[in-house]
Design a protein around this ligand. Structure first.
Ligand code: SF4
Length: 445
């Protein structure tokens, strides 16, 4: 558990020598507790105190990183149970599972399709993170060939799945020099798997059929020097997985229970109750660090990528676009100026509707601190004065010959004030919903 400022102070030399740059040891301790100073700034702290303080400074859920050829996925290092308390930091990796019993050509085709899949969501390019290769055959040669087939189609990080150390060793040889997630160790094979993880400097997933078994195994494996561990709690049904994932997160955060202070790997199989999409959605929302899907289908992956983005967005910092005057479909000086706020989802809803209609328009995005139209209006961040300021600030009058400004229908109430703020401009009230904009532009403008 994190130490308080007073607990840290008791471990410091208490000489107030100021060498750390702070006037007293207590002031330095308070900064350390707030994670605004580094322990190394005090040159006089004893080795014993250093060890205690370093351990206390470790995150309650270890950060585990998977890398391959410029791709990187970091999971863990979370500090809260609920995103309204602070935020979730490291998005869970989404992986697609392939099996070594499938023909190499099928594997390559599946992986290539999933690897090239991209979603553009409110200006962000979203994609999958990697592939999990499972040794269903039990044959080292088949496993190695399947991994090579995956590598031929994708450079993304890998998870290798086998409980047989000999098979796993063959798989690791197929991608010599890489450090995939080894999945994994259990009560019967943990020494051999830990040795492979140590040799390949790779993180190791640990399977326990109960939390007690899992905790016991991670403690034993840590003693071998393998520190980057991932937890597989063994539950595959919705209810049992939710309970175990919540228990692990609570124990790690609330009790600082180090044996379970690691990211979780969740498996969302096609035969999961409710289907893999429901299982994966639950895993994303409730604490998984890696989510392995049984198959790739855009209609499943798209909502999961968007869900993940929404859950890992800081609720106190909405996704914003840059306030500016945007051109849609090469507008001329005759075309209308549409007004909206800089909340990303609002901006892209409006921009996408107009763009797909083929109608040209200017889109004036005002700085409403990332809020949607109605929220910003209610908060006083989207009013006639701000809109007029944006019109002047972005020199809109220089771009158009016909001065027509279209307000969102939800803020029709602003039209009178805006006419006063912008003499010479024709203020029109548009529809409430972006989807109705093209029809409005065709008929009313
Ligand atoms: S350098 Fe160390 S001993 Fe000196 S004031 Fe800072 S914390 Fe105290």
């Amino acid at each position: 558990m994190a130490l308080s400022g007073i607990q840290i102070y008791k471990l410091l030399p208490q000489t107030n020598c100021k060498d750390c740059g702070y006037p007293t040891c207590l002031a330095f301790a308070m900064k350390l507790a707030a994670k605004q100073a580094e322990l190394s700034s005090c040159p006089h702290v004893s080795e014993e105190a250093k060890a205690q303080l370093s351990e206390a400074a470790e995150p309650p859920i270890r950060l585990v990183t998977l890398q391959a050829d410029g791709h990187e996925i970091k999971v863990g290092n979370e500090t809260v149970l609920f995103r309204h308390e602070k935020k979730f930091f490291n998005k869970p990796g989404l992986f697609i599972r392939v099996r070594d019993t499938d023909p190499a050509e099928d594997i390559r085709a599946q992986v290539a399709a999933a690897d090239s899949y991209r979603v553009n969501y409110v200006g962000m390019a979203l994609s999958l993170d990697g592939f999990a290769v499972e040794a269903t055959s039990g044959d080292p040669g088949a496993f190695a060939s399947a991994i090579s087939a995956v590598r031929a189609a994708s450079a993304r990080p890998l998870i290798l799945i086998s409980r047989d150390p000999a098979v796993m060793a063959a798989g690791l040889r197929a991608i010599d020099g890489e450090s995939p997630l080894i999945c994994g160790a259990d009560a019967a094979n943990w020494q051999a798997m830990a040795e492979l993880a140590r040799q390949h400097n790779a993180p190791l997933a640990v399977l326990g059929n109960s939390l007690d078994e899992l905790a016991e195994l991670t403690e034993k494996i840590k003693e071998t020097g393998v520190k980057d561990l991932v937890l597989d709690h063994g539950a595959r049904s919705l209810g049992a997985a939710l309970i175990r994932q919540t228990q692990i997160r609570r124990l790690a955060l609330k009790q600082n229970f180090r044996p379970l202070g690691f990211p979780i790997i969740a498996f969302a199989g096609n035969d999961a109750p409710g289907g893999q999409a429901v299982m994966a959605a639950q895993a994303i929302a409730k604490y998984a660090g890696f989510v392995v899907l049984d198959s790739f289908a855009p209609e499943t992956v798209y909502p999961l990528l968007v869900l993940r983005e929404n859950i890992y967005t800081d609720p106190q910092k909405p996704i914003q676009v840059q306030p500016a005057l945007y051109e849609i479909n090469n507008p001329s000086p005759e075309d209308p100026v549409l007004v909206t706020t800089n909340f990303s989802i609002t901006y892209f809803s409006v921009a996408n509707e107009v763009e797909s209609s083929g109608l040209p328009a200017w889109l004036l995005v005002t700085d409403a601190e990332g809020m949607s139209v109605l929220t910003a209006w209610a908060a006083g961040k989207f009013d006639a004065e701000r809109i007029a300021k944006a019109v002047k600030g972005f020199n809109v009058a220089d771009k158009v010959s016909r001065k027509r400004l279209v307000l969102p229908g939800h803020v029709a109430v602003l039209s009178g004030e805006l006419e006063e703020e912008l003499p010479g401009w024709e203020i029109r009230v548009g529809p409430r919903e972006a989807v109705d904009l093209p029809a409005f532009m065709k008929q009313a403008l």
